[in-house]
Design a protein around this ligand. Structure first.
Ligand SMILES: Cc1cc2nc3c(=O)[nH]c(=O)nc-3n(C[C@H](O)[C@H](O)[C@H](O)COP(=O)(O)OP(=O)(O)OC[C@H]3O[C@@H](n4cnc5c(N)ncnc54)[C@H](O)[C@@H]3O)c2cc1C
Length: 385
């Protein structure tokens, strides 16, 4: 059932209170040491915030994207990084909409309780990039299991997850009618197959626990295939609208974080005998970014409402993701300029959030691909690839 405005506000207030236990110094230390925020994720799980999208009969709160988005937004607005745990929400759509009743009963209660973590989403491959239909990791059926060989890249949180939602090729590319066919979606039990999986962390500008994952004769029982064999790309795509709305929420949280900080700093910092915020050259970029964030938030709210009421949402979800990530980036730059040299000092936290906000222009889908979606599917311009 749809939450009222007051109920969503109550969720926001509770999440804000929760985040006070994980202040910016906590995140600064995690970032500096390239650690995974284990304590934060465990507490978030224990208090049920990560499982809000799981229906009540499987141990979750049975809420929608409006509420899930509010949670991620508040985490990022507090100075935290929801990216450490967002995949459980991102991947939920595939399992809920396309998983069998048996799979839901087997996995969802354990995911909701935190006994199992579903934090890894293995789609991207080095040679395919944004062209997901070009992936070459194979899953070959042998009796009652699939044998997986190949490689994923940028598989975030693989070292901190029990399960991976994995997209792999079950029919060779030259044997499918449509290039979107022949890919299948699996729930891989990584702990069970740890001897056949090699995980190599990638050093990155942003602390995102991201890795390369190599599969060497990894076994997946047939009962872990989600939906029909060969239809995995369709399932991933349908889940992506939810992912876009959620990532937009994280960006909106980042955007407000920057504006909150820029305003405070601009009011306090005195140069030439006046607060720097008195200069329109400092005020205007902050005000402009704030307006963009407000507009993106409206589009995110609209997309979440359409999604939660089961309506078509491809255009709105993509537009929300684009507007929110670019608004957050505009706010990030305005804040860097406002802080001057101090923006570069880690103790002011701006540089950490700056790096985190930049990621969402590229992942989980690059904004060029969003532009391409809107050009083709919303405006009816010719397909470019
Ligand atoms: C920190 C991090 C975490 C990530 N986590 C995950 C994860 O958990 N799971 C996962 O599966 N993936 C993950 N990704 C991968 C991410 O989804 C991809 O990086 C992203 O989709 C872009 O793919 P690519 O890097 O291969 O870029 P490419 O596809 O090589 O594209 C490079 C550039 O060219 C542009 N481009 C390419 N083709 C076109 C075109 N036809 N028209 C216009 N522009 C084009 C792109 O927009 C991009 O700017 C992560 C990435 C990062 C950096």
């Amino acid at each position: 059932m749809k939450s009222t405005v007051e109920e969503v506000e109550l969720i926001r207030k509770s999440v804000r209170a929760f985040c006070e236990r994980f202040p910016e110094e906590y995140w600064r230390k995690i970032d500096k040491n390239h650690e995974y925020p284990e304590e934060f994720i465990q507490a978030l799980t224990d208090e049920g915030w990560l499982s809000v999208l799981i229906p009540e009969e499987y141990g979750g709160a049975g809420l929608g994207l409006a509420e899930a988005g509010a949670i991620l937004e508040e985490i990022n607005r507090s100075g935290g990084n929801a990216g450490a745990g967002h995949a459980q929400m991102y991947t939920m759509g595939a399992l809920l909409n396309h998983g069998s009743e048996e799979q839901k009963q087997r996995f969802l209660p354990k995911i909701a309780s935190g006994e199992l973590r579903l934090q890894a989403f293995g789609v991207t491959e080095p040679t395919a990039g944004s062209d997901t239909t070009n992936i070459i990791t194979t899953a070959v059926r042998q009796g009652d299991k699939y044998i997986v060989n190949g490689q994923k890249i940028w598989t975030s949180r693989a070292e901190h997850s029990d399960l991976m939602l994995l997209l792999a090729r079950t029919t060779p590319k030259d044997q499918v009618k449509k290039k979107t066919d022949g890919l299948s979606l699996f729930l891989l039990d990584m702990k069970d197959q740890k001897d056949n999986i090699t995980i190599v962390p990638i050093e990155t500008m942003v602390n995102h626990a991201t890795t390369e994952v190599f599969f060497n004769n990894v076994e997946i029982p047939v009962e872990n295939l989600i939906g029909e064999e060969g239809k995995g790309f369709k399932y991933v795509l349908s889940g992506m609208n939810a992912e876009r709305v959620l990532v937009a929420s994280e960006s909106i949280g980042d955007g407000y974080y920057f504006v909150d900080h820029a305003v405070q700093y601009a009011n306090e910092r005195v140069v030439f005998d006046r607060p720097i915020g008195q200069n329109q050259g400092v005020q205007f970029p902050i005000a402009a970014a704030y307006m963009d964030i407000e507009a993106a938030k409206l589009m995110r709210d609209r997309a979440a409402e359409l999604f939660d009421s089961g309506q078509k949402v491809g255009a709105e979800a993509n537009i929300a993701k684009y507007l929110a990530s670019t608004a957050a980036w505009k706010a990030a730059n305005a804040t860097m300029d406002t802080y001057g040299g101090y923006g570069f000092a880690t103790e002011y936290h701006v540089e950490r959030k700056f790096k985190e906000a930049r990621l969402f222009m590229i992942a989980p889908i690059s904004n060029n691909l969003v532009l391409s979606f809107v050009a083709q599917h919303v405006l009816g311009l010719p397909r470019s690839f």
